[in-house]
Design a binder for this molecule. Sequence first.
Ligand SMILES: Cc1cc2nc3c(=O)[nH]c(=O)nc-3n(C[C@H](O)[C@H](O)[C@H](O)COP(=O)(O)OP(=O)(O)OC[C@H]3O[C@@H](n4cnc5c(N)ncnc54)[C@H](O)[C@@H]3O)c2cc1C
Length: 290
Amino acid sequence: MKSPNFTYCRAKSIPEVFELLDYYGEDARILAGGQSLMPTLNMRLSSPTALIDINHISELKNIQEQSLGLSIGALVRHYQVETSEIVAKHTPLLHEALPHVAHSAIRTRGTFGGSLAFADPAAEIPAITLALEGVIHVCSKMGERQIAVQDFFHGLYSTALEHGEIITNVLFPKNTYSHFVFKELTRRQGDYATVGIAIAAEFQGTQLIKIRIIYFGVSDRPIVDMNLAQQLMNDRFEQENILNKAQLAGDDMDISSDIYHDAQIKRHLLKVMVKRALFDLLGKACNGAI
Ligand SMILES: Cc1cc2nc3c(=O)[nH]c(=O)nc-3n(C[C@H](O)[C@H](O)[C@H](O)COP(=O)(O)OP(=O)(O)OC[C@H]3O[C@@H](n4cnc5c(N)ncnc54)[C@H](O)[C@@H]3O)c2cc1C
């Protein structure tokens, strides 16, 4: 099916985006990589009156080391994140996750900001941003604001972004974690996750001192399992404890079904994946590897 008619506008600067958003009002949409937006138009799931193309705004395209951390511009394509040496050095978890985002053709167009703004609950980039405590920088004609990632996702395809605001970049604070694990279960390589896990952890010797455990594909947004994190830190990080504690994964959380799996199966798969992820973490911690 073809998309409904819309007016196409190419913005050459951020102020011009705001002018166009003002002019076309609430029915205008930002067009970044178009990899999620265009299918929704073609399937007639949305019918914006105007698309405002931001692809020619160069200041949104940078990956930069800054004093506070690593900044990734909203228009940085998935393949650029995947192949960036700076990203691999500063945010190895992101580097590990990116090859799992869709297929290479989609990764050449899809953008970092687009993935966050679209807020698919089974997408990798929102989950990794949550694991690494990224800060989302947005701006509108009223000025700039920074949104901590834990306040950004409001539900299924829903975020803290208000009309007239665009994401400009995401800041990943300097790493306070040394060990990372990424795991996802998909029906086929490149599909959205049935169940996904992202873990960032810090050890002192063999003692686990800090851990963030994120699940995606199991709820209406990526979620943090604080209960399991606390349970793991209360005990020695060793095989038997891990086996027992992995059984607690997601216990106090609402797990949603999707079109292929009901919630009960997802909960079971989550526990299996968490067990595997924690064993991977144990292996990395024992080897002293990142
Ligand atoms: C077949 C297929 C499989 C896919 N599989 C996966 C997958 O496994 N994992 C995954 O994570 N993704 C997957 N994707 C989605 C892909 O990663 C998209 O690129 C991404 O979700 C959206 O990025 P985009 O740049 O294409 O955004 P667009 O499609 O251009 O925009 C998406 C939404 O975000 C808004 N938006 C875009 N940029 C901004 C901005 N800077 N500020 C404010 N709003 C903005 C748009 O207005 C729109 O509402 C898949 C897509 C397809 C078509």
